[in-house]
Design a protein around this ligand. Structure first.
Ligand code: 4AD
Length: 432
């Protein structure tokens, strides 16, 4: 029945169904219920005698139904359950319950109820897509010879050097006053990149996929304080093309998997981006006649308005932007061979509706140049272990990070990043 129905309501040999009531309709001769257990968007119709009706049987209540599974007379539901018994496991007061049957609640409205919003069709669809996309990304890396590394959540490095760190402090008096638990300042990770680089010196292709933290005081629709990043590091490469190929293949393969496995859930949303062509963009902004709030010049960083313009200019498809000003990039980025110390061998992937989805670069593998760069920023002692990586069996390598929530926003066309994560954390908001 699983295949036939396209859902996985628990139907064992006694035909026991467990789920939540999504709709209830009482007629003279029959009582109709629709039950859903979260495994798909589909609900299974239960047909019962009106005598089995009970005042506690309401929209949202949790029930167990036993009965006989029968062929349904309706075309769009191959089977239905003829109920012998209905047991209300958990009541749901319809007056207080924030969601109403047959009403379409906006994502913004349901966001007010972080503990209950998974009971709605829209949010449960989103979370199923999220789960399937997670599987797809792991499958992509497994099939392409990457080793998964669990990079630490607590770290003493600020990989990006952007100062967006959450510091970790024990709340109890476990350590003497004035002492630090780790004996060094420790933070929640802003990126697993440096730990991946360690591992790329032994396994040539590695990746990590986990929670990442940035103390960005932003309420924007594409920033969170806690988000999930997919990061990959590839050894024995001196070409940005190798990295953009992995980014593009991963995007393509994950999106195809999601569309194949969650078509119905995806259809509930407006759109998905078909992975498109891959132009490299240079100087488009400077040639544009568009007036930007932040005028562009060599050395400035791209703002959201520039990212939007570039994506639109290229026909609303994913776009790679390469060769960023060298001084804009963190100490680990390598310069371009053709333009030493001028432009970095760095790439961002911009996507419609979201802007920056991925950021990556080739890493500086030459010991003397890396040491000089670290000295410039006063970090040579902090990163002596990082210099060691270049001392012992170093190889040219590079990698990238993809914001997983932004990826979901992109393929589903969801406006706010807060609606594609089970429990969003952002400034002034950490409700449960
Ligand atoms: O461009 P970022 O800062 O790159 C890095 O952290 C590299 N060390 C990754 C690497 O090379 N291994 O971040 C990567 C991506 C961004 O493109 C964006 O999609 C996402 O992470 N991101 C955020 N997503 C949600 N909320 C935030 N506050 C984010 N900051 C970055």
């Amino acid at each position: 029945f699983t295949t036939l129905l396209g859902i996985r309501l628990i139907v064992n040999f006694d035909s026991l169904l467990q789920g939540w009531v999504r709709s209830i309709r009482s007629q003279k001769s029959n009582l109709f219920l629709h039950l859903n257990d979260g495994s798909s968007l589909q609900s299974l119709q239960v047909v019962a005698s009106p005598e089995l009706n009970d005042p506690s049987l309401t929209f949202g209540s949790a029930v167990e139904v036993t009965g006989v599974l029968k062929k349904s007379p309706h075309r769009n539901q191959p089977v239905e359950l003829e109920a012998d018994q209905i047991h209300v496991v958990g009541e749901c007061n319809p007056v207080d319950f924030p969601f109403k049957t047959k009403e379409r609640h906006s994502l913004e409205y349901i966001r007010q109820f972080p503990h209950l919003r998974c009971r709605t069709n829209a949010f449960s669809s989103l979370l199923r897509v999220r789960s399937e996309a997670t599987t797809a990304i792991h499958s992509y890396f497994k099939e392409n010879g990457f080793v998964q590394i669990h990079t630490p959540v607590i770290t003493s490095n600020d990989c990006e050097g952007a100062g967006e760190l959450f510091q970790v402090e024990p709340s109890s008096a476990e350590v003497e006053e004035g002492e630090n638990f780790f004996s060094v300042p420790a933070y929640l990770t802003v990126s697993g990149q440096l730990h991946l680089e360690v591992m790329s010196g032994a396994f040539s292709r590695v990746y990590t996929f986990g929670p990442t933290f940035r103390a960005e005081n932003s309420q924007s629709r594409r920033h969170l304080a806690e988000f999930h990043m997919v990061e990959a590091e590839v050894s024995f490469t001196e070409s940005l093309e190798d990295l953009t190929k992995v980014m593009e293949d991963m995007f393509r393969s994950a999106t195809e998997h999601v569309l194949a496995h969650c078509a119905e859930d995806v259809d509930l949303f407006h759109k998905h981006v078909t992975p498109g062509h891959r132009p490299n963009v240079e100087d488009i902004l400077n040639r544009s006649s568009q007036k930007f709030a932040f005028p562009t010049h060599w050395g400035c960083d791209l703002q959201t308005e520039h990212e939007k313009y570039l994506v639109k200019h290229c026909g609303n498809i994913p776009v790679f932007v390469t060769d960023y000003p060298y001084d804009l990039k963190p100490f680990y980025a390598r310069d371009n061979k053709d333009h030493p110390r001028h432009s970095a061998a760095a790439v961002d992937l911009l996507v419609p509706g979201v802007g920056e989805l991925c950021g990556g670069s080739l890493r500086e593998e030459r010991l003397d140049l890396l040491r000089a760069r670290l000295e410039e920023v006063g970090l040579e002692d902090t990163y002596s272990w990082y210099l060691d990586l270049r001392r012992f069996g170093s190889v040219p390598h590079g990698g990238f990070g993809l914001g997983f929530e932004r990826y979901l926003q992109c393929i589903l066309g969801v406006d706010s990043i807060k609606d594609v994560i089970p429990f969003p954390r952002f400034s002034h908001s950490c409700p449960l």
